[in-house]
Design a protein around this ligand. Structure first.
Ligand code: NAG
Length: 158
């Protein structure tokens, strides 16, 4: 198991630039009914050691590489977080949830073509210094709000 994970991280690294840090994530698209894409890689930079330590007052770059299985005309990001041992996820408001605008993706996305979604996330000083399970989803905007991908990564805010 450990060997499989390190092999995955190693092979992802080959395709990564110097500043890119592939993280171990949980694919949650199954829970959401199955995703419209194949999730290839999640990079959070900086993120070392894992679980990621996000420093308040700094910024993190998030990159998600995926392969849509169908054509997708428009999509949005939906982010939430479970703080500490809370039994629920709180919505995390984004300045620009529109996936097709300023995220390195040209819409419509074409089935079978690889895309990398990119965003910079400010870690606000108002965030609680705690462990947070981040849940990041992409949903179609106009195709019955279907899940494109869903991943979860534990982080620690300091
Ligand atoms: C997806 O879009 C491409 C390019 O516009 C088109 O050639 C293809 O037929 C579309 N596929 C489906 C399933 O609609």
């Amino acid at each position: 198991m450990v060997k499989a994970i390190s092999l995955t991280v190693f092979t992802s690294c080959i395709f990564c630039s110097v500043f890119c840090e592939p993280v171990i994530y949980k694919d949650c698209s199954g829970e959401a009914g199955g995703g419209l894409s194949i999730l290839k890689e999640v990079d959070i930079t900086p993120c070392s050691p894992q679980p990621c330590i996000l420093k308040r007052g700094s910024e993190d770059t998030i990159k998600v590489t995926f392969l849509p299985k169908v054509n997708i005309t428009a999509a949005k990001s939906i982010v939430s977080g479970r703080i500490g041992l809370a039994p629920f996820f709180l919505p995390f408001p984004l300045d620009n949830p529109d996936v097709c605008k300023d995220h390195g993706i040209k819409c419509p996305m074409i089935a079978g073509k690889q895309y990398t979604f990119k965003t910079v996330l400010p870690i606000l000083r108002a965030y609680p210094p705690d462990q947070v399970l981040v849940k990041w989803e992409m949903h179609t905007s106009d195709q019955a709000n279907k899940v494109v991908f869903c991943w979860m990564v534990p982080v620690r805010i300091e």
